[in-house]
Design a protein. Structure first.
Length: 159
């Protein structure tokens, strides 16, 4: 079974969503067959990836960074999407961090990179805004020798 992990930005500009969805779908279809998709289900790239992976027949493994992670989903829509995807998951891995911190986010990203065969990164190519950000996980995965596919719309600047 091919294991594909995701890391990516939470805030994706509306004008980039269709492009990013198409890029993610292309990577998933390229790998085809039996797949496991690893995601922390953060708003933005993680949720888009998880939803598309499930639609492609992948088994979803949710990596929960901390005991209070769900509390970080501030609106009812955000929390609802997180819970709906989490309930569709085949597996859940809960890390031992009591609180959602940068260290917990980094550990979740590292877990995904450690346990995937290929990492998909929805990344603008810029440095991380905090420990455990997309750039950190891309660099970590590349350091492991993992193949990384970056999906982003050329010329688009993230807020």
């Amino acid at each position: 079974m091919k294991r594909i992990g995701v890391t990516g930005h939470r805030n994706i500009p509306a004008e980039a969503v269709a492009h990013i969805r198409a890029g993610i779908l292309a990577v998933l279809q390229e790998h085809g067959g039996a797949m496991e998709a690893l995601s922390s289900l953060a708003v933005g790239a993680d949720q888009i990836f998880a939803d598309l992976a499930l639609d492609c027949g992948a088994e979803l493994t949710v990596v929960v960074p901390s005991g209070d992670y769900a509390d970080g989903f501030t609106g009812p829509r955000e929390r609802g999407c997180y819970e709906a995807l989490r309930h569709r998951a085949a597996r859940q891995v809960s890390l031992d961090f009591p609180h959602a911190t940068d260290e917990a986010y980094y550990a979740a990203g590292a877990y995904i990179a450690d346990n995937c065969d290929h990492l998909l990164a929805v990344w603008d190519g810029r440095p991380a805004r905090g420990l455990g950000g997309t750039a950190d996980i891309v660099h970590y995965a590349r350091g492991l020798g993992r193949p990384v596919t970056v999906v982003w719309r050329e010329g688009l600047v993230r807020d």
